[in-house]
Design a protein around this ligand. Structure first.
Ligand code: SF4
Ligand code: SF4
Length: 470
């Protein structure tokens, strides 16, 4: 299946200005959210900035990643503003070599999770609006200084989340026929299409994320921008169907990414994706308050920051070190590789479970608060004196918790299944005769994390960002 050959949607996606068409509504919505966040009501469930960001955007993002691919990066409004600014000033520097990895995004993702919990961002419209505005400025500054898509590839925490989650997506931007690429002389998909009269002038840019189509494997680092589709003179790039997670089971050399088993930074990002999912879910269930007050008493502190710091250290360092340390030690009994290389290689097997937990968590907020944007929009319009949307229907919320809970367990179970399959494939490759010996320790880790996620999601959750949650 090739989405670009689908009757109507394919035609739309192949259109040269398709990306801009998707970006403009999101840009307008972002501006609306920023304005409402700064100047609208300070109660989160009545404000567009908090409702759309924390209830709808995150839920829609993970669901689209699950059923299609990284289409939110395609429609990214930050890149639209950046592209507009680049008409006036063109960056000439390359992103610093020592930062061309995922370590910076790993740090930013941890900082983002910490700030989100410490300042309860879901309940603060002003700070949410500030965060959105800050994002626009950050993308402008980074890509104003540095060439290509440095912000997307090395900085943006949302982008890194999308890259990892899209390894589970059923669609991939991919060449249709490798033989066409072999005979291709221009390689425009990466170099960009040049003006035949003035070859120094690029009339259609190639891949800004350094992914050379014929050697690209999977969705990591791909923003679905479709520049390669536009640039290829042979119409040889499509959006093709594939088996989700298949890219996690191969260790091929990937254009623009390298070899997975040698990417410690990417492996750390994957582990953060998994353990961060549990931490983020833990922070919104009732037992967290008991743990936090117990910790505060033990530490004799009144401020939340040190308590949260301890929780983060336990969830993101102690817990992974213990669990993965035991798994690596057991794997080494059957595979003669260094502990670090085993850790890096098998980290990717946990990504499906991590995605299952994010899916369960975000879709919970999304579905239980599905209609909440309607009264918030009505109220925002009424504040401006526009009554045509009617009186705000504050009773509109979303689907019942009991209905959504079944779906949540389904997502986590699907994630567990994916992790078991990926780890078995890796074990089979490492130890073709006795794969179970390498598989069992990693299956054990996945099952323990799965059990933790099931327990977490069975706890009473805060209805963050909706009227039910206050
Ligand atoms: S994708 Fe298109 S431009 Fe790139 S190598 Fe293949 S045929 Fe050439
Ligand atoms: S140009 Fe690069 S990032 Fe954009 S869709 Fe093609 S491969 Fe992905």
């Amino acid at each position: 299946m090739d989405l670009l050959r689908a009757p109507l949607l394919g035609r739309l996606l192949r259109w040269r200005h398709a990306r801009t068409l998707f970006q403009i509504p999101l840009l307008l919505l972002s501006v609306l959210m920023i304005l409402h966040g700064f100047f609208g009501p300070s109660l989160a469930p009545k404000n567009l900035a908090t409702t759309i960001t924390w209830v709808h955007f995150r839920g829609a993002l993970v669901l689209v990643l699950l059923v299609a691919g990284n289409f939110f990066c395609l429609a990214c409004p930050f890149v639209l503003v950046r592209d507009f600014a680049r008409r006036f000033f063109r960056p000439v520097r390359n992103f610093p070599r020592y930062l061309r990895n995922k370590w910076l995004s790993v740090s930013l993702l941890i900082a983002g999770l910490f700030v989100y919990e410490l300042f309860d961002l879901w309940s603060r419209p002003w700070w949410t609006a500030f965060l959105i505005a800050f994002y626009f400025v950050a993308a402008l500054v980074v890509d104003g200084f540095f060439k290509h898509a440095s912000f997307c590839k090395f900085v943006c925490p949302i982008g890194q989340f999308n890259f990892l989650a899209s390894t589970l997506s059923p669609l991939e931007v991919k060449v249709r026929d490798q033989a066409v690429c072999t005979s291709c002389r221009t390689k425009d998909c990466i170099r960009g299409r040049r003006d035949p009269v003035s070859p120094l002038v690029v009339i259609q840019r190639g891949c800004e994320l350094a992914l050379f189509q014929p050697r690209k494997v999977g969705n990591i680092d791909c923003t679905f921008c479709l520049d390669c589709v536009q640039a290829c003179p042979h119409d040889n790039v499509g959006i093709l169907a594939r088996v989700p997670a298949s890219e996690l089971t191969t260790d091929a050399m990937r254009s623009g990414v390298g070899i997975f088993s040698r990417r410690k930074d990417l492996a750390m990002l994957s582990l953060l994706f998994v353990f961060g999912a549990l931490l983020n879910a833990f922070a919104m269930v009732s037992p967290v308050y008991a743990v936090e007050s117990w910790l505060a008493q033990m530490m004799n502190v009144t401020h939340e920051a040190p308590v949260l710091g301890v929780l983060f250290v336990v969830a993101l360092i102690v817990e992974p070190v213990v669990l993965l340390g035991v798994a690596v030690w057991l794997t080494r009994l059957s595979i003669d590789k260094s502990p670090i290389s085993l850790l890096v290689r098998y980290s990717y097997s946990l990504v499906p479970l991590g995605f299952g937990i994010w899916l369960a968590h975000y879709s919970f907020h999304f579905l239980t608060g599905l209609y909440t944007f309607i009264p918030v929009m009505q109220s925002a319009a009424a504040e401006l004196g526009w009554q045509f949307l009617g009186t705000p229907l504050w009773r509109l919320t979303g689907l019942p918790v009991s209905t959504v809970q079944g779906l949540e367990y389904g997502f986590i179970f699907l994630g567990l299944l994916g992790s078991l399959l990926v780890s078995y494939r890796l074990a089979e490759e490492d130890s073709p005769v006795k794969p179970m010996r390498a598989f069992v320790p990693w299956a054990g880790v996945a099952v323990i994390l799965f059990a933790a996620a099931v327990w977490l999601l069975s706890q009473p959750m805060e209805m963050r960002g909706t009227m039910l949650g206050g």
